[in-house]
Ligand binder design. Sequence first.
Ligand SMILES: N[C@@H](CCC(=O)N[C@@H](CS)C(=O)NCC(=O)O)C(=O)O
Length: 211
Amino acid sequence: MLRIWGRTTSSNVQKLLWFCDEAGIAFERIDAGLSFGVTRTPAYLAMNPNALVPTIDDEGFILWESNAILRYLARKHRQLEWYPEDLKTRATIEQWMDWGSTALAASITPVVWGLFRTPPEQQQPEALRASAEKATHLVRLLDAHLRERDWMVGDRITLADIPVAIQTYRWLVMPWERIGYNRPDLPHAQAWFERLARRPAVQRVVMIGVS
Ligand SMILES: N[C@@H](CCC(=O)N[C@@H](CS)C(=O)NCC(=O)O)C(=O)O
């Protein structure tokens, strides 16, 4: 059976848990990362020398990098409606997967660390507000993209929605008032997330708060 290492609070682990839930892919999950440790043990480092989560072991095949794992699982389980074979559709899906996991995540992750994983006396609200501005700038781009479409790419949910939605959820629910930041309303991005929020997999895996 597929084994997934990683804590459920990790945005990158959530990508896999969400997709496996949607696609009905059975797996066993092993807690790892942050307070669970595990990632610096010799056995884990032999699988993933980055000491990061997630890592999978699929019947002896080891893989890390969450987006690569999503693409592998979609192909292996012939979930091609999530990852269509058409060259340009697939490239556009990958574009948004990368954007969600690099640009967007790079502006949100410092706020998660700053607010939830840093002692109050060491928090730097000004730096966190700068990250908040960057994140909002990017969600504005997303909002414009979603003005005339229901999903990130094409006319149904695909792998493109997963990394972007996980970061957008964080942007939506972050306790911004703690750093004196006023998050604007961005109606198209919010309506898209509300569509996603009707999916049981999103409720189970993503909408669990931020910690
Ligand atoms: N590019 C990697 C990034 C992996 C990553 O940064 N994982 C974070 C959690 S989201 C991590 O392992 N942090 C340290 C920890 O949890 O111990 C991926 O997409 O899998």
